[in-house]
Write a protein that binds this ligand. Structure first.
Ligand SMILES: Nc1ncnc2c1ncn2[C@@H]1O[C@H](COP(=O)(O)OP(=O)(O)OP(=O)(O)O)[C@@H](O)[C@H]1O
Ligand SMILES: [Mg+2]
Length: 312
């Protein structure tokens, strides 16, 4: 991989889906990620928090090349992943992915040992090497080798999530993408999985991008947090800045109201700043236009209050 200052460099990414219209052949284009720019350093844990539908999974999929952006670039280790299929293949061999639903990401007819070893088998590694690596990664996620001959339905949700993490680790990735890694687990199992993820990062030194609707999950692991609102990153800063000195009204609402964004439902708009209908500071410019990013005490924020559009 080419060396560069940041492992991940996402520049002004715009992603849309086509939405079919009732009663006609024409479809409309809906933008679900808008002007997304961020960087993740080597060994850094970058957390993205956002409500359901804010675009978290789409963002991870566009870093994995599974959803092609309309505009913008994704560089990993200095390589533009969309520039050629060779660049794409090389970069993807360095990325592990833990998808939002481990049940649907695993073939129920395959044994756990085969599921975990699958990425190596695709690369045609010898069986003895695969067996050795499978044992090693299962040990890293604190699973006994007795699971190797079991099927997914025989494991609990927490064990299955450890299997998904083990599979993501087997190619010794530089980067692991984690999509809501604890959302379907009970509180005790959530804490176990988070502790394992923290330990693994310390052991392997790899970078994570973790997305969740739960601010506390993201805050536990991350060095930096971005807040995603209706496809826009509206704030990005160090964990303590976001938790204790939030700048954007949405981040403030998130921090003050509840641990779970899912329970916060202000009225959002598709024109101007999505937050303007529920924002105490909103003025006419907020109804018309989304502001550009401003730097405030080392944090990034997208709000007219910090861009001179709102009288304080
Ligand atoms: N394949 C698709 N085709 C059309 N629209 C899609 C597709 N995938 C996602 N969307 C829409 O894009 C928006 C963002 O979806 P996405 O799954 O990225 O959100 P999310 O933040 O991961 O949500 P959740 O927390 O529920 O997982 C949603 O409005 C969703 O309905
Ligand atoms: Mg999702």
């Amino acid at each position: 991989m080419l060396e560069s200052r940041n492992l991940v460099d996402v520049r002004s990414l715009w992603v849309s889906y086509r939405k079919p219209k009732w009663g006609g052949l024409r479809s409309s284009e809906i933008y679900v990620l808008k002007d997304i720019t961020f960087q993740v350093g080597y060994g850094e844990v970058y957390g993205i928090v956002g409500a359901s539908g804010s675009g978290k999974t789409t963002l991870l999929k566009s870093i994995l090349g599974l959803v092609k952006p309309r505009k913008g670039k994704v560089f990993i280790g200095g390589k533009d992943i969309y520039s050629s299929s060779d660049a794409y293949k090389e970069v993807m061999s360095k990325i592990g992915y833990v998808s939002q639903d481990p049940y649907s990401s695993m073939d129920p007819r395959m044994k756990i040992g085969d599921i975990v070893g699958e990425p190596l088998r695709i690369l045609k590694a010898p069986s003895a090497t695969i067996a050795k690596y499978v044992e090693k990664v299962l040990e890293l996620v604190h699973l006994s080798t007795s699971v190797i001959d079991k099927y997914p339905y025989q494991l609990s949700g927490g064990m299955l999530q450890r299997v998904a993490i083990a599979r993501a680790l087997i190619l010794k990735p530089q980067l692991i993408l984690l999509d809501e890694p604890t959302s379907f687990l009970d509180v005790v199992t959530q804490a176990e999985i988070l502790a394992i993820l923290k330990e693994l990062r310390d052991i392997t030194g790899c970078s994570y991008i973790i997305v969740s609707h739960d601010l506390s999950v993201v805050a536990y692991l991350s060095t930096k947090i971005a807040v995603l609102l209706r496809g826009y990153i509206v704030e990005e800063g160090a964990v303590n800045q976001v938790l204790y000195r939030p700048l954007h009204p949405y981040t403030q609402l998130l921090v003050e109201s509840s641990k779970y964004i899912k329970s916060i439902e202000p009225e959002f708009s598709d024109v101007g700043c999505p937050m303007h209908k529920s924002c105490p500071w909103a003025s006419s410019i907020c109804e018309q236009e989304m502001p550009k990013v401003s730097m405030v005490n080392g944090a990034k924020v997208r709000c007219w209050k910090y861009s001179g559009g709102v009288q304080s």
